[in-house]
Design a protein around this ligand. Structure first.
Ligand code: ADP
Length: 366
């Protein structure tokens, strides 16, 4: 329909029955016309707003900014449409606030400049958007849990099979050797069983830690930790799992104590040391260097193992990641993820420098 042919009554009807709020103001901000939708939206009687400044429709806290905006707009009147990403708020007569979207169009008539504002209450739209965003986050989380489960099943079936079959065959062999009284072989197989159980225990421990981290159940508890003491303890525990001829050397500089979480730190050291041993050949040395100075703590674990390519180093600290050269070495790809998360929980960071075939260096800083 051509608006040229509109009758005044039709314009009135358009104004009176529109669902959108419509205001006509002078460029000074004084309200001249208010349609029923706008009056109702802001909780005023049909004519109550006429003659008032448009500022009354804006929350008190934003009013000063609005006056400035209005002045700018007055100097440079231009049409501004809806949906420009401007988050605006309206203020009802009772003082309550609600989100609005506003379009402005200036027009000139005679000497005067007037502004028409179209206003929509976007409360429901915003609520729906927020709900949609919440659902998307929830969906993402569900997807992640499902991926984790899939990973768990595939890793569990892969990584559990080797130690379990070792345990089974060693137990059967121990039966045979016992009949023959071959105690040396019995001891050897008992040792294999012990190692396999330890292996399974580590994998289960990692899954448990992962679960606790993802559920937000790990809360660091800071205390003065004696680092030489802690590292010597770990070193002793590790001795049983080192490969033939591997050694751990330890150098300490600065203060002995640092404010950290003892359990989390122990886990970090165990993970880094067991990797250093796992990914190094027999007889290779592992170095630990620690320095506590002026409130900064540095812990370095260095090995002369297989190393990690530059490309793999980018993803090293993500969940389930295993480097391309990890080969048959057993593992879940969770250790370094747990290390990073624990270190970050204690306010630190961890980095890796490595070269394939040369070795790796993990540096933790708090
Ligand atoms: P995994 O259980 O596989 O050892 P981690 O998260 O501890 O898992 O380590 C991730 C991957 O990083 C390992 O699979 C391995 O490929 C590589 N990696 C970690 N530490 C070392 C190291 N000291 N030397 C060489 N490669 C390493």
């Amino acid at each position: 329909m051509d608006t040229e042919n509109f009758q005044p009554d039709q314009f009135k009807a358009l104004f009176a029955h529109a669902n959108e709020g419509i205001l006509v103001t002078q460029d000074t901000g004084e309200i001249l016309l208010v349609n029923p939708a706008a009056a109702a939206m802001f909780g005023y009687g049909p004519q109550e707003l006429v003659g008032q400044m448009v500022d009354v429709l804006i929350p008190e806290s934003l009013r000063r900014g609005h006056v400035r905006h209005r002045e700018n707009f007055r100097q440079n009147p231009h049409a501004r449409s809806m949906g420009l990403g401007l988050e605006l708020r309206g203020c009802r007569k009772d003082g309550s606030e609600f989100p609005v979207e506003v379009s402005l169009s200036p027009y000139q008539e005679g000497e005067g400049v007037f502004i028409i504002a179209f206003i929509i209450d976007v409360t429901i739209r915003q609520r729906l958007t927020a709900q949609r965003e919440e659902m998307a986050v929830e969906l993402e989380r569900e997807k992640e849990i499902s991926t984790l489960k899939t990973h768990f099943v595939s890793i569990a079936s892969h990584e559990f099979r080797t130690p379990l079959s070792t345990i089974l065959s060693s137990a059967a062999l121990i039966g045979n050797y016992a009949e023959r009284g071959d105690t040396a072989s019995i001891k050897r197989h008992a040792e294999r069983i012990k190692n396999s159980v330890q292996n399974l225990n580590t994998i289960l421990g990692e899954f448990l830690s992962l679960g606790r981290i993802e559920d937000g159940k790990v809360e660091p508890r800071f205390e003065a930790v004696n680092l030489p003491e802690l590292i010597h303890e770990v070193e002793e525990d590790m001795r049983a799992i080192l490969k033939k001829g591997q050694t751990i050397s330890y150098q300490h500089g600065g203060d002995d104590e640092a404010m950290l979480d003892k359990n989390l730190l122990r886990n970090v050291v165990i993970n880094l040391l067991s990797n250093a041993s796992k990914y190094s050949p027999e007889g290779a040395p592992v170095e630990v260097v620690c320095n506590v100075q002026n409130g900064r703590t540095e812990l370095i674990v260095k090995d002369k193992g297989i190393g990690i390519s530059e490309q793999d180093q980018q993803k090293l600290f993500s969940r389930f990641f295993r480097a391309t050269n990890a080969g048959n070495v057993s593992g879940t790809g969770l250790g370094l993820y747990i290390v990073r998360r624990y270190v970050e929980m204690m306010g630190g960071s961890v980095q890796c420098q490595s070269q394939v075939g040369e070795g790796s260096e993990f540096r933790v800083e708090f």
